[in-house]
Write a protein that binds this ligand. Structure first.
Ligand code: COI
Length: 362
């Protein structure tokens, strides 16, 4: 059986002029390219029917398991165009490995990492014209995902699974961008409990974050910060779509330890880069009181959030029930901006890729 994702080119691509208009101001997640990659899994055939073909809507039976029990996982990564026109992915192997771990947690079949990488690369090749230039931090956001498509109402791992990759030209995730955002510390909602799906990248984690996100907006904040399930003064976990990092006056870059949070690609890369900025990387638990005290006495000098979509976003303040505080003078931190710039320089090929993170596609 062929492992290739063969290309069946669409006969109805988006007209060139329309594509150019979209690429000039793509926003985030609003427009999609001409093609999608896909494959299907059944117990009898394993992974089969690998292809890249026209992006079309799915036809799903109303009883499809994903619609009822949310047996679903996804990934997010970007393709970057360098100044010489070449196109590169940033650490796609990391996403492939995490996709495997998420699949295991959600009782989904594991997609071989080679298939993950090939599907993503072949889609980028098919839709090369959709990879924007690097101006305004634009990129082609790639969204691999897998879901239970079997028509069946019993609660058990589904026996028909759909895998796809779609692509969307993207600008910055937060319109406020590098001016910094404020987080709402939720005391009503948690993201994950011990033994739950907190470390998996599954839709359910994001669905359950939405009520907290509404609460954060009502309180004038941009995003929510979740604490662990021990209650109001628990450990910091992550924001709705990003990992959290703190810079201390002792020269540490501190981020919550893995366990119930997402093992973020950007988070992991920042830990590896910390030394270049004179910071010692530390992964440990951080309580809300430590954050509040540290912000007040100046031992926590900067806070930022990290994620593929959001890149590195300065956090300039926090609010919770009955309190609010700023970090430093309420402006994005110097180290935050320097790390952000360096990360983008590596991704767009303006800085040497000493870690071997970039993978050329075109
Ligand atoms: C990402 O950063 O790639 C994410 O998946 C976060 C979000 C857009 C859901």
């Amino acid at each position: 059986m062929s492992r290739a994702f063969s290309l069946f080119r669409t006969t109805d691509p988006v007209p060139e002029e329309e594509r150019r208009t979209i690429l000039a101001a793509p926003g985030f997640g609003k427009f999609f390219t001409d093609h999608m990659a896909s494959a299907t899994w059944t117990p009898a055939e394993g992974w089969h029917d690998r292809k890249v073909s026209a992006l079309v809507p799915y036809s799903l039976h109303p009883s499809a398991a994903v619609l009822h029990y949310a047996q679903e996982i996804f990934e997010g990564l970007k393709a970057y165009r360098h100044a010489d026109g070449s196109v590169w992915l940033f650490r796609p192997e990391f996403n492939a490995r995490r996709f495997t771990r998420s699949a295991e947690r959600l009782a989904l079949p594991v997609l071989p990492e080679e298939d993950f990488l090939t599907s993503v690369e072949e889609l980028v090749r098919a839709d090369e014209a959709w990879v924007p230039g690097s101006a305004d931090e634009k990129s082609l956001y790639l969204r691999p995902f897998m879901f239970a498509s079997e028509a069946f109402l019993g609660v058990r791992p589904a026996e028909r699974i759909a895998y796809s990759v779609i692509a969307s030209p993207a600008g910055p995730y937060f319109a406020g961008g590098v001016t910094g955002i404020t987080l709402w510390v939720s005391s009503n909602y948690t993201r994950a409990g011990r033994g739950g799906t907190g470390a998996a990248k599954c839709g359910g984690n994001y669905a359950s974050s939405l009520a907290a996100q509404i609460e954060s907006r009502k309180n004038g904040c941009d995003q929510v910060l979740f604490l662990d399930d021990t209650g109001g003064e628990g450990d910091l976990e992550e924001s709705g779509t990003m990992n959290l990092c703190l810079v201390t006056s002792a020269g540490e870059l501190v981020t919550p330890a893995l366990g119930n949070i997402l093992d973020g690609v950007t988070r992991d890369s920042i830990l590896a880069l910390a030394g270049e900025f004179g910071l010692t990387p530390v992964q440990r638990s951080i309580t809300l009181s430590e954050l509040r005290t540290g912000a007040a006495d100046g031992t926590i000098t900067e806070v930022f959030a990290a994620g593929t979509a959001a890149v590195i976003t300065p956090i300039v303040g926090f609010k919770g029930e009955g309190y609010e505080f700023t970090i430093g003078n309420g402006a994005p931190g110097k180290q935050t901006l320097a790390i952000r710039e360096h990360m983008l320089d590596i991704q767009y090929g303006r800085a040497e890729d000493v870690h071997g993170w970039m993978r050329r596609v075109l």
